[in-house]
Structures are given as structure tokens and as C-alpha cells.
Design a protein around this ligand. Structure first.
Ligand SMILES: *[C@@H]1O[C@H](CO)[C@@H](O)[C@H](O)[C@H]1NC(C)=O
Ligand SMILES: *[C@@H]1O[C@H](CO)[C@@H](O)[C@H](O)[C@H]1NC(C)=O
Length: 233
């Protein structure tokens, strides 16, 4: 499948950092909508300022496609990765950066060995489809309220980590009222169980959907992210 500009938008770095790093950005929105104007714009602007090329995926969600959505968003993300690699041969490293439900899509993609991604950034991600800790709206849109246990397992990203999952940075707040912090903890535990490298930043207090928290002394998490990018990818 070839994704056109309405599905995959390209934001080249005006002044490239020179390292050949590119990032596919996947905004959140509960698999209901895609937060292009908030998480999308903030992240591409940030990446471009750092000299990294960015792409944003406008994936299928309940507002624009029939539900349950699975596996359409996963196929679109994998297609986007392939398309970016085919179009931008000089990329040395391609990462994926997702927020919330987009974090779920990013986690599913980065743990898929077929994607061959080089790193992942998961911001307040939905990880599990287990009703105990999931975001129920995202779960309903993606797999349906009465999904089989098999489908639930297949779409729970804490169960899709493998020995080849690349380095991951996770960010969450401990009192996130929409997507419980257990999601980031479950994924961290899975990375640890598979002896894969990760950094997990849990801040004690902050609302779900805060994006980068840029300029907020209490919430801005980009300093930790930058250290990780410099030394861990
Ligand atoms: C995102 O995709 C939807 C559904 O295909 C489309 O209606 C919308 O215009 C797209 N948004 C952008 C910014 O291209
Ligand atoms: C480009 O980015 C990478 C990753 O953050 C960093 O290690 C490197 O120092 C940067 N290069 C320059 C010239 O700033």
C-alpha cells in the first residue's frame, strides 16, 4: 500500500543534524481521532529544531474508518516505515515515537521484527489490552469490547517484546488518570525480561496528554530524552 500525503506527511529538518536520524511520529487520540495539531505539530517542530527528519502518520481511527480497527492501523504503520526507508535511503536510523493510543501503535510496530526499527519513544502509552489496566476507549475501538483472549494477547504490547526489540525510552506520569502508569511499567518489565535496553521516566504528577511539557520546569521531559538519544540509540 502506498500512503499518500493525507496519511503520511513529511517534515524534513531545515538544518540536518548530520547523523541521518529520522522519526515517525504517531499522535494519540484513543483510536478515535488523531491528535495531529497538538502532539503531532509539537513533536515534528521539536525534532526539526534538533535537526532530525520527521514524518507523521494519520492512521485509521474510529472517526474515519470502520471499527474494530485491527489490524488496519498496524498495517498502515508498517507500510509507513517501509515507505520512509524506500524514499529516504540516506537515513541511518529510523525510530518511532508514539503518544497514548499512538504509543500503543508505536509499541506494536517497534516490537514487530519485520519493521526493523532502530529505536522507540513511548509517551504515556497504552500498552496492554487487558481490561484491568488498558484505556477502555482505545481497546473498544481497536479490537472491540468482546475481543477474544487470543486477540487481546496479540495486541498487548507487553507480550510482543522480543530479543530483537530495539532501545526504548518511556515517559509516563504516576497519576495519569486516563492511561494508568502500569502500562509503562508492564512494558518496562517486558524489556527487562528480554534483556533489552530501555530508559523509563516516571514523573510523579502530570495530566495525560501533556505532550512534551516544553518549557514547563516541572513537566518538560526533553532533557532526559536528549541524553538517551545521545548515548543509547
Ligand atoms: C487524515 O485522514 C482522514 C481520513 O482519511 C482525512 O479525512 C483527513 O483529512 C486527514 N488529515 C490530514 C491532515 O491530512
Ligand atoms: C546529532 O544527534 C545525535 C543524537 O542525539 C547526537 O548524538 C549528535 O551529537 C548530534 N550531532 C550534532 C552535530 O549535534
Amino acid at each position: 500500500m502506498v500512503l499518500d500525503d493525507s496519511k503520511l506527511a513529511y517534515y524534513p529538518a531545515p538544518v540536518p543534524n548530520g547523523s541521518g536520524i529520522g522519526v515517525l511520529v504517531i499522535p494519540g487520540g484513543g483510536y478515535q481521532m488523531v491528535s495531529l495539531d497538538w502532539e503531532g505539530v509539537q513533536t515534528t517542530t521539536y525534532l526539526n529544531d534538533k535537526g532530525f527528519d520527521a514524518w507523521v502518520l494519520n492512521y485509521s481511527v474510529a472517526d474515519t474508518a470502520p471499527t474494530p480497527l485491527y489490524p488496519v492501523p498496524m498495517d498502515e504503520a508498517l507500510d509507513a516505515v517501509r515507505q520512509i526507508r524506500a524514499q529516504k535511503k540516506e537515513l541511518t536510523k529510523l525510530g518511532i515515537w508514539g503518544y497514548s493510543a499512538g504509543g500503543h501503535l508505536a509499541a506494536m510496530t517497534v516490537t514487530n521484527p519485520e519493521a526493523e526499527l532502530d529505536f522507540g519513544i513511548l509517551a504515556y502509552p497504552v500498552i496492554t489490552m487487558d481490561p484491568m489496566y488498558t484505556h477502555l476507549g482505545s481497546r473498544g475501538n481497536l479490537i472491540g469490547d468482546d475481543a477474544s483472549p487470543e486477540l487481546q494477547d496479540k495486541t498487548s504490547a507487553e507480550k510482543t517484546v522480543t530479543e530483537s526489540t530495539p532501545p526504548i525510552f518511556l515517559f509516563h506520569t504516576a497519576n495519569d488518570a486516563s492511561v494508568p502508569v502500569e502500562n509503562a511499567l508492564l512494558f518496562s518489565n517486558a524489556m527487562s525480561a528480554h534483556k533489552r535496553p530501555f530508559q523509563s521516566l516516571i514523573l510523579p504528577d502530570g495530566e495525560h496528554g501533556l505532550a512534551l511539557g516544553l518549557g514547563d520546569p516541572k513537566l518538560d521531559w526533553t532533557a532526559e530524552l536528549e541524553r538517551w538519544m545521545q548515548y543509547s540509540i
